[in-house]
Design a protein around this ligand. Structure first.
Ligand code: SME
Length: 163
């Protein structure tokens, strides 16, 4: 196993522990963003967006727990940004070079690459985990697996509290 793969396996275990001890979804989200930012050195901005669905209005992604500089994008419609693309397609989006993706909404001039992974509750997108890096191509297959694992654990936790 490569060093990078061993590291992500270790961080997965730490996240699993967080999930088994967190009492609420909010506590788990806070713990995950902190842990991912501290342990994965290229994960410079880590945050959740949660889908707000108000009847009669278009759904919007609202900034949730995050670690990193404050972003101007606190509410993102589903037809905008990498975030909107991931939530509306229900698929992970990895952008190795944000300057080459016209969908990209800039949060920091230092950001070079980004991954966004949807969070599902009983098959429906309820939010997403967004990570920005100051390094180009920071998110390889091991990273994608780790971030998708976090999103799955949060989805399971939310299922406990959302009947
Ligand atoms: N870059 C995202 C916006 C969110 S900030 O990165 C925190 C996007 O293109 O949707």
């Amino acid at each position: 196993m490569s060093t990078a793969a061993a590291k992500t396996q270790l961080v997965k275990k730490e996240i699993e522990h967080l999930a088994s001890t967190a009492l609420t979804a909010d506590e788990l989200m806070q713990g995950m963003v902190k842990k991912l930012n501290q342990r994965m050195l290229k994960y410079n901005w880590v945050g959740f967006y949660l889908l707000e669905s108000v009847p009669g209005q278009p759904p919007v992604l609202v900034l949730g727990p995050f670690v990193g500089a404050m972003t101007p994008h606190t509410r993102i419609p589903l037809n905008q940004g990498i975030c909107g693309a991931a939530a509306s397609s229900g698929k992970t989006v990895v952008v190795h070079d944000v300057t080459s993706d016209p969908r990209y909404l800039a949060c920091s001039i230092e950001t070079k690459s980004e991954i966004v992974v949807p969070v599902f509750v009983r098959g429906k997108v309820v939010g997403e985990l967004d990570i920005d890096s100051h390094f180009p191509s920071a998110f390889g297959p091991d990273d994608q697996e780790l971030v998708e694992y976090c999103a799955r654990l949060l989805g399971k936790q939310l299922e406990k509290f959302r009947p």
